[in-house]
Design a protein around this ligand. Structure first.
Ligand code: ADP
Ligand code: MG
Length: 496
């Protein structure tokens, strides 16, 4: 038990690093379930024909339905339903007959004073998402609902309503179609939560359901966090709102878990509430006590009928699903010889550049996929400015030893900068990158051996470290032109 006073659920409360250590070692585990809202990439809103577009002049994409004017009736957007189905199928859900409900609550940016959502009959239920490391996160549901408008609080600190001078409301976002994807409380570690959000984002982009930009709010994460001793019953949770980057997801739940562990250790209750993640101070703060489903007075939306896609439509959507990120990582892994969960493979698929890298391999001049992967990982701009065929030429020059790895990197930079019409051969010639004559290279190696007999002896005795001095000397003598791999090969050849 802690002797110092504890400020239960107080906003100033902050667990020290020691307490962090303590929870790792005292055998608590965190229990996390995520609720992710994504804006669907439709042309128009969920129940009206106003454009669904981010960044327009405020209050220009509006109409009577969006503003909740009396007598205005919602008409369901077919494309939104199809995108929700696509997502459900990508998450291994059952796509089913569903209904809409009114969720009653008041927000200034929601003039109807209710949100049309799906409640007990969501369109997608009971699926899962496998993380790249194989860990499976259960998906409880993925339901359709409309977004609210957006309030901007002017004056005061930090854009929050408290202390502001006045508030502005933009209804452009009101009625934008959302899918809310709710996981089961399966997540046990901040890294799993981050990985889930990244993987979900990649899936959303891959299937064209959303641009999933956390920085623009088209993907928003709420995290439910509790802690327990493994095997014990679940404890009371808190829900953290306003987490708007993958990194913050990890930080917020880690902070919140620590906060709760200190409370448990002190015998203080964890009060179920909604908390706000503040990126600036790195803490969660009390927002409001958590509302229960009862508070919303859900009832069936009388202005909309049941949505029953039927097996034919569902199967058509399933058949048209593009390859998902996991399958694409496998393809790129097989073509490049790198593991599917290695950093370059993960990153390049996440950036949607895997097709480009594979194109390098299938170019008429047959480039090297592993080298292309390395270059694209390091220089993301390649895929937008350099045709795959050009990168294929460069990788062939590199794999044949015509240029070294270091030189190839310089050529990549020049190609991106647009020099010599992005022609790698012309750039190599202009920079004087010519393959070194084998005999020239060999005499440099001989010279390095003669200059450093001790290093040579050690190298011959099997001391790997001694090689560095010899290779370094050749590099220096050749002014960086020598191919490190060729030098190493020559040294080994001479040793035997
Ligand atoms: P509500 O109806 O209050 O939103 P749900 O049962 O729908 O609650 O759960 C919301 C989210 O909270 C889900 O992602 C779920 O996995 C998660 N969750 C439920 N119980 C816990 C718990 N004890 N600890 C952490 N997360 C939980
Ligand atoms: Mg919920």
């Amino acid at each position: 038990m802690s002797a110092q006073p504890l400020y239960v659920n107080d906003d100033d409360f902050f667990p020290s690093n020691d307490e962090h250590e303590r929870w790792e070692h005292q055998g608590y585990e965190m229990v996390v379930g995520l609720e992710v809202h994504v804006e669907l990439a439709t042309q128009t809103k969920l129940f009206s024909a106003s454009p669904n577009r981010f960044g327009d002049e405020p209050n220009t994409n509006i109409d009577p339905v969006t503003l909740g004017l009396p007598g205005a009736l919602p008409v369901l957007n077919r494309h939104a339903v199809e995108l929700a189905m696509r997502l459900g199928l990508a998450l291994n859900c059952t796509v089913q007959k569903s209904t809409f409900a009114r969720k009653n609550y008041f927000y200034p940016d929601m003039p109807k004073a209710y949100q049309i959502s799906q409640y007990d009959e969501p369109i997608n239920a009971d699926g899962w998402l496998d993380l790249p490391d194989g860990f499976r996160v259960g998906i409880e549901r993925g339901h359709l609902e409309e977004d609210t408008g957006k309030s901007t609080h002017v004056g005061g600190a930090g854009g929050r309503i408290h202390g502001s001078d006045y508030s502005l409301i933009d209804f452009n976002r009101a009625g934008v179609p959302l899918v809310e994807i709710v996981t089961r409380p399966d997540i046990r570690h901040p890294e799993q939560a981050k990985s889930y959000v990244s993987e979900l984002r990649s899936i959303l982009v891959a299937i064209g359901a959303s641009d999933a930009k956390m920085e623009e709010g088209s993907m928003r994460v709420d995290a439910n966090v509790s802690v327990r001793k493994p095997g014990a019953d679940f404890n009371t949770r808190c829900e953290i709102k306003n987490v708007n980057s993958v990194r913050s997801v990890g930080r917020a739940i880690e902070y919140e878990a620590k906060r709760q562990i200190v409370l448990h250790e002190a015998g203080e209750p964890v009060i179920q509430q909604t908390r706000h993640w503040d990126e600036n101070d790195g803490k969660t703060h009390t927002l409001r006590s958590k509302e229960d489903a009862d508070d919303y007075r859900y009832f069936l939306e009388p202005d909309l009928v049941t949505v029953d896609p039927g097996p034919e439509w569902i199967e058509r959507v399933r058949a048209a699903l593009p390859p998902l990120p996991a399958a694409r990582r496998e393809t790129l892994a097989a073509a490049s010889g790198q593991p599917a969960d290695s950093e370059p493979v993960m990153l390049v698929v996440e950036r949607d550049q895997d097709a480009y890298v594979l194109d390098v391999g299938s170019a008429s001049n047959g480039g090297d996929v592993a080298l292309a992967l390395k270059h694209v990982k390091e220089a993301p701009d390649l895929s937008t400015v350099v045709p795959a065929g050009r990168l294929a030429v460069l990788t062939s020059m590199e794999s044949s030893g015509a240029v070294t790895a270091t030189q190839a990197k310089t050529i990549v930079e020049s190609m991106i900068a647009g020099e010599h019409e992005r022609d790698p051969e012309a750039i190599a010639a202009a920079l004087g990158f010519e393959a070194m004559d084998t005999s020239e290279l060999e005499s440099m190696v001989d010279q390095a051996i003669a200059d450093q007999p001790e290093a040579w002896e050690k190298f011959c005795a099997g001391e790997g470290k001694a090689m560095g001095a010899l290779v370094g000397a050749v590099m220096k003598a050749s002014k960086g032109q020598a191919d490190g791999k060729a030098v190493t090969a020559l040294l080994h050849q001479k040793k035997s």
